[in-house]
Design a protein around this ligand. Structure first.
Ligand SMILES: C[S@@+](CC[C@H](N)C(=O)[O-])C[C@H]1O[C@@H](n2cnc3c(N)ncnc32)[C@H](O)[C@@H]1O
Length: 200
């Protein structure tokens, strides 16, 4: 069952992953929109998304960015092709660059970022605090990171979402972000949380 869910949503793979991407595109649309709005993306921002999945938030962000760029990294080939298809025009125009790699193996980027975000992906990362420290090193001074989670396990509750949020705040503190705030979105079937940290 665990491997089934990993192939479906964790690191979408094969036919199952292709179906998983279509489910994610619809199921996560609202939290994608919410996260992008909390980040306050500006037209000239350089933005990094980790774990872009089917590329729905990439599409939303790229509509705001006119003179900036959105760089995305994801470990899944299936997600890369879905996101490439969804964002073909913006990729062609050079406003979106999507890279197949794990957050544990980030490339050397040519510039730091104004904003970084990740949605329902951090639970799959190895050593998340170490990853967040590295991501902080790629943020400009006063740059912002947003980490969103909506628990999706069977029987997940708002209380579980709140606990996940507290854990995200702790991760951000340990990675050196300050100040940090936690936002909650009441939604069905379960609330979502977004921890936002500044690279002060
Ligand atoms: C549950 S999906 C969420 C996708 C998308 N953010 C959304 O909101 O629909 C998790 C995504 O994180 C990616 N992912 C998992 N582990 C990763 C890692 N170590 N590095 C980069 N991406 C990873 C998966 O391939 C998948 O696309």
């Amino acid at each position: 069952m665990k491997q089934f869910l990993m192939n479906l949503f964790g690191q979408p793979n094969g036919l199952l992953g292709s179906i998983g991407g279509k489910i994610l595109a619809s199921a996560n649309k609202e939290i994608n929109q919410w996260t992008v709005s909390l980040l306050g993306v500006q037209p000239d921002d350089r933005v990094l998304e980790v774990g872009f999945g089917p590329g729905v938030a990439v599409e939303m962000t790229s509509k705001i960015i006119k003179d900036g760029v959105l760089v995305g990294v994801d470990i899944s080939e299936v997600m890369l092709s879905q996101a490439q298809r969804r964002n073909a025009a913006a990729i062609q125009e050079g406003r979106v660059k999507l890279i197949l790699t794990a957050v544990e193996n980030l490339p050397v980027f040519d510039h730091p970022f104004d904003k970084i975000y990740t949605i329902n992906s951090i639970i799959f990362w190895e050593q998340p605090v170490e990853r967040l420290k590295e991501l902080r090193s790629w943020l400009k001074p006063n740059g912002r990171i947003a980490i969103t989670l909506q628990p999706r396990s069977k029987g997940a509750t708002d209380e579980m979402a709140h606990m996940e949020g507290e854990k995200l705040v702790q991760y951000l503190q340990e990675a050196g972000f300050k100040p940090i705030r936690l936002e909650t979105k009441n939604m069905k079937p379960v609330s979502a949380v977004c921890a936002i940290g500044i690279n002060a």
